[in-house]
Design a protein around this ligand. Structure first.
Ligand SMILES: Cc1cc2nc3c(=O)[nH]c(=O)nc-3n(C[C@H](O)[C@H](O)[C@H](O)COP(=O)(O)OP(=O)(O)OC[C@H]3O[C@@H](n4cnc5c(N)ncnc54)[C@H](O)[C@@H]3O)c2cc1C
Ligand code: FES
Length: 279
């Protein structure tokens, strides 16, 4: 009698279906997936998955939805930039994909409990931070002040605009936005994200920073956070590098001795401040 092979390879993607698709900006779309066998992704905020588009390839994407126990659905927000992301944007609801993961380190939610959180998102950096923010909103009583700073190149590239307006209207979350280049309709702050920092007064002894954005942003923003009195071990950043395996095997994502895929992508600043290539 033939028996099912018991071997398990971490390289084998699990089949999933695209169950929802909505445009966030000219280049960024929100995709909702569900595993075909009903499993739950069981990720933690800051983690990523490897997404396979059959016949095209595989790429890493941060999970943008908060962890969930009830439904297996999870969300990715993806910018159309090249071969795989173009193919993803062409998929229609009902299409099949493959998913490996979740992988990597995550924001240490338990440390954030009872503390204030300063979110700092540069451009698409809001995508993984949204997972942590929405977790905190679902468990609002467990967290102190929540302040969200978002910097975008121009108003057309802003994402999750309606959702952020709703969050801002709750009254228990402060959301401040800025754009580098305004258009005639923009009435908000203009300038890089560091121009928002003087507008918020945080108690450094009870603030954790969760920051995701382009590498150039980190150096300046971390320096200002330190000037505000926030210690390095309270500053968490997520670092993106080119990834292939996601499992610490191939070496594509290394920063000095660290593998971004297993040691990161989320690091406490104190763990990477001495690594030359990190920031
Ligand atoms: C941990 C992690 C999480 C990520 N999360 C997201 C996310 O939530 N949303 C999102 O839109 N993108 C995310 N990315 C980037 C995403 O993986 C790349 O945009 C994607 O691999 C590009 O694939 P492509 O075949 O369409 O582009 P390609 O045809 O391979 O390249 C097009 C352009 O994208 C650049 N690129 C390719 N791969 C990467 C990469 N891994 N990182 C940065 N730039 C790359 C290339 O240098 C080139 O300029 C993440 C990357 C990592 C490492
Ligand atoms: S992606 Fe292969 S070691 Fe990190």
């Amino acid at each position: 009698m033939l028996t099912k092979p018991k071997s398990f390879s971490p390289y084998v993607p699990k089949p999933a279906t695209l169950v929802g698709k909505s445009k966030l900006s000219d280049f960024v779309t929100l995709f909702t997936f569900a595993f075909d066998d009903g499993r739950i992704l069981a990720h933690r905020p800051g983690q990523f998955i490897m997404l396979s588009i059959f016949g095209v390839g595989e790429a890493p994407f941060s999970v943008s939805s908060p962890p969930t126990k009830q439904s297996g659905n999870f969300e990715l927000a993806v910018r159309r930039t090249g071969t795989l992301t173009e193919a993803l944007h062409r998929l229609e609801v009902g299409a099949k994909v493959g998913v490996r993961g979740p992988y990597g380190s995550f924001f240490p939610i338990q440390k954030f409990v009872g503390q204030d959180t300063l979110f700092i998102a540069g451009g698409l950096g809001y995508i993984p931070l949204r997972s942590l923010l929405h977790y905190q909103l679902r468990h609002r009583d467990e967290f102190g002040r929540i302040v969200v700073l978002i910097g975008t190149r121009n108003p057309k590239e802003r994402i999750f605009v309606d959702q952020l307006a709703e969050i801002s209207a709750r009254g228990d979350v402060e959301v401040l936005e800025t754009v580098d280049q305004p258009d005639p309709a923009w009435t908000g702050n203009v300038g890089v994200i560091t121009t928002l920092l003087p507008k918020v007064e945080m108690d450094p002894s009870q603030t954790y920073v969760a920051m995701v954005g382009p590498p150039i942003m980190y150096r300046f923003v971390i320096s200002e956070c330190r000037d505000m009195g926030i210690r390095g071990e309270r500053i968490y950043v997520s670092l993106e590098r080119k990834m292939k395996c996601g499992l610490g095997k191939c070496g594509h994502c290394q920063i000095n001795g660290l593998s971004t895929c297993v040691d990161g992508p989320v690091f406490a600043y104190t763990d990477i401040e001495t690594l030359e290539e990190a920031i």
